[in-house]
Ligand binder design. Structure first.
Ligand code: ADP
Ligand code: MG
Length: 605
């Protein structure tokens, strides 16, 4: 090989370098919106206007106009240079950076993959005329002096025109618009004092007021009904200061799209913090449900590393485990000081899929009491039903198990004394309070909660298990067997004595006493299936899973007709629960109606 051959390695020219770098910061149209809006926030804008135009093919133009500090002609010329920033001077400044930007990359990146028109004029106290710069593919095309209002307007057109691969990866217009909306929701909530206006193809989409409070802003974005029902959070602990709002458990959602977190006023996405918030709810929420939370978290800036990702949407927090703990505890304490019984007027939760599994609401035809005509009804008129003898005994046994409560009664009772009126539909217990409210209790959810607390607080010395007269043999698939083998020690602590019998079969010798007498041995099979089925969503430890399953399987079922006395026992036991408001999966156990609620429904004023 000749020594004279030209080297294969070459140093890329600046324009190419910038385009490659742009890929990190500017992933999609929403990234442009984010960078421009954050610059406007950093410039001290009091109002920010975002104008988007789109065609069916995608986002066409993005313009952000602010009334912030503006730029002098010299600064305007520098703003598009890579690594040009007014926000930090050295790496040490990162320890206390309060601005959203600091990398000096955004404008250079956007400019290298689009065509930009900048018009800017410094505020009165800063000198200089207005400047207009047009820059395309990173090259300045014109730079002129113009008359302009104070502040900055940046128009971005032809995004990704010179990076076809990136352009091709843009999703449909609606997907990109959804990204822009989602992003702006987060930014808007992090800065309630700034007025934001979003226009899409000339139509106003989102608007918030200047100097608004957080609840005002939440109401603007998500509606007044949600804003009204939220619980305020204001707390300071060792490492964090939190203020914001969280939802009642009953307003949970199936995803965390309504958890918006700002750390030191920076809207961030943090799965760890989302999880800490969820943990604060504990069993008030089902494992696959998420609360609504709008929280602003202040942490010492030296503990937050904002420079971990080019888009700065992720932050790294040192002492994270302690901080997450504090967040979780604050959420927990806030919830337990709040009134968690959903009222008749509270917005109802989206129906949980598992609801349908338990509630026995078979449609059947019954004759109309007066006309004798058949009509379709969803529920049996339970108030007048009498339990069958066998059912009665079974229910009595289940209630006896939980009669003693979980030992120490809670210091404060969350629910007033309840006087049972009757049972409805084999599911709902109707009761009144001494303050004249009507309370409807879901009998299965309530008893499940009671049993859950009992099982989860039982002591080591308690007599937990009942031996089966005839051991039951279970056959499992090899995969299930492997899981089950792992679980055997945890199961034995909860009262299941199960032996590995080899060849993927197991011998069940004893089961927890809380399960009552297993009338039906398939119950055991079902419990083991529950335990070995792959878990979805949030992970809980084995003991917790076993406890929840025992509670669910051992509790009085929906569809069990109970006597008035039995209903009263459920109500009394529920009052003694530490957390009487939800079942271990997070569904409500009771809902109350005040006389005013009913008057309202009947339009009596
Ligand atoms: P960064 O925000 O990280 O400093 P950018 O590339 O986003 O980097 O912006 C470069 C510089 O341009 C900023 O530091 C700021 O001085 C100036 N600038 C950008 N946008 C605005 C604006 N809307 N108003 C005033 N100055 C701005
Ligand atoms: Mg910036």
């Amino acid at each position: 090989m000749s020594q004279q051959e030209a080297p294969v390695i070459r140093v890329l020219d600046q324009a190419t370098v910038n385009q490659i770098a742009a890929g990190e910061v500017i992933e999609r149209p929403a990234s442009v919106v984010k960078e421009l809006v954050e610059n406007a926030v950093d410039a001290g804008a009091r109002s920010i206007r975002i104008e988007i135009t789109s065609s069916p093919g995608g986002i066409s133009t993005i313009r952000v106009i602010d009334d912030g500090s503006g730029m002098s002609p010299a600064d305007a010329g520098l703003a598009f240079t890579p690594h040009a920033t007014s926000k930090i001077a050295s790496i040490a400044d990162l320890d206390h950076v309060l601005t959203l930007g600091f990398r000096g990359e955004a404008l250079a990146s956007i400019a290298s993959v689009s065509r930009i028109t900048l018009i800017t004029k410094p505020r009165e106290n800063l000198s200089g005329p207005g400047t207009k710069i047009i820059i395309a593919g990173g090259r300045i095309i014109t730079n002129t002096t113009v008359g302009a209002p104070e502040g900055t307007s940046i128009l971005v057109e032809d995004l990704f025109y010179n990076t076809p691969a990136r352009k091709k990866f843009q999703k449909t217009r609606n997907t990109e618009l959804a990204h822009i909306h989602g992003l702006l929701e987060g930014i808007v909530l992090a800065h309630p004092s700034i007025a934001f206006r979003l226009y899409h193809n000339g139509m106003e989409n989102l608007l918030t007021d200047r100097d608004a409070t957080l609840p005002d802003t939440i109401a603007r974005v998500y509606g007044a009904e949600l804003a009204r029902s939220l619980i305020p959070v204001i707390a300071t602990s060792l490492l964090v200061q939190i203020h914001g709002y969280i939802s009642l458990p009953a307003q949970s959602r199936k995803d965390h799209s309504r958890i918006r977190i700002a750390v030191n006023q920076r809207y961030v996405s943090s799965p760890a913090i989302v999880n800490a918030i969820k943990e604060g709810y504990g069993t008030l929420l089902a494992k696959d449900r998420f609360p609504v939370a709008f929280l602003s978290i202040a942490v010492d800036t030296t503990l937050v590393d904002v420079n971990v990702h080019p888009t700065k949407k992720l932050v790294r927090i040192s002492r994270e485990p302690e901080i997450l703990h504090e967040i979780r505890d604050i959420i927990h304490a806030t919830l337990f000081q709040a009134d968690l019984i959903p009222g008749a007027g509270s917005p109802s939760q989206e129906l949980l899929p598992e609801d349908n599994a338990e509630i026995i609401g078979e449609r059947k035809a019954v004759p109309h009491p007066v006309s004798g005509d058949y009509c379709i009804t969803d529920i049996q008129p339970g108030i007048v039903s009498e339990p069958t003898h066998a059912g009665n005994l079974m229910t009595d046994r289940q209630l006896r198990q939980t009669e003693l409560g979980s030992g120490v009664p809670p210091v404060t009772l969350h629910i007033p004394p309840l006087q049972v009126i009757g049972q409805f539909g084999g599911i709902y217990i109707l009761a009144t309070t001494d303050t004249g409210e009507l309370v409807v209790i879901d009998q299965h959810a309530a008893h499940e909660r009671i049993l859950y607390e009992m099982v989860s607080t039982h002591g080591e010395e308690d007599q937990l298990l009942q031996e089966l007269i005839v051991p039951v043999v279970l056959h499992r698939t090899p995969r299930e067997s492997a899981i089950l083998r792992e679980l055997l020690p945890a199961l034995s602590r909860e009262g299941f004595i199960i032996e590995d019998f080899g060849r993927d079969s197991f011998l069940v010798r004893a089961i927890p006493v809380f399960l009552g007498k297993p009338e039906d041995l398939s119950l055991i099979d079902e419990i083991i299936s529950d335990l070995t089925s792959p878990e979805s969503g949030q992970r809980v430890d084995n003991r917790e899973r076993i406890t929840r399953i025992i509670a669910c399987r051992g509790a009085v079922k929906a569809g069990t007709v109970c006597s008035q006395e039995q209903c009263q026992r459920v109500a009394n036991q529920l009052r003694l629960a530490k957390n009487p408001f939800t079942c271990p999966h997070g569904r409500p156990t009771l809902i109350r109606f005040s006389k005013e609620d009913l008057d309202g429904m009947f339009k009596r004023t």
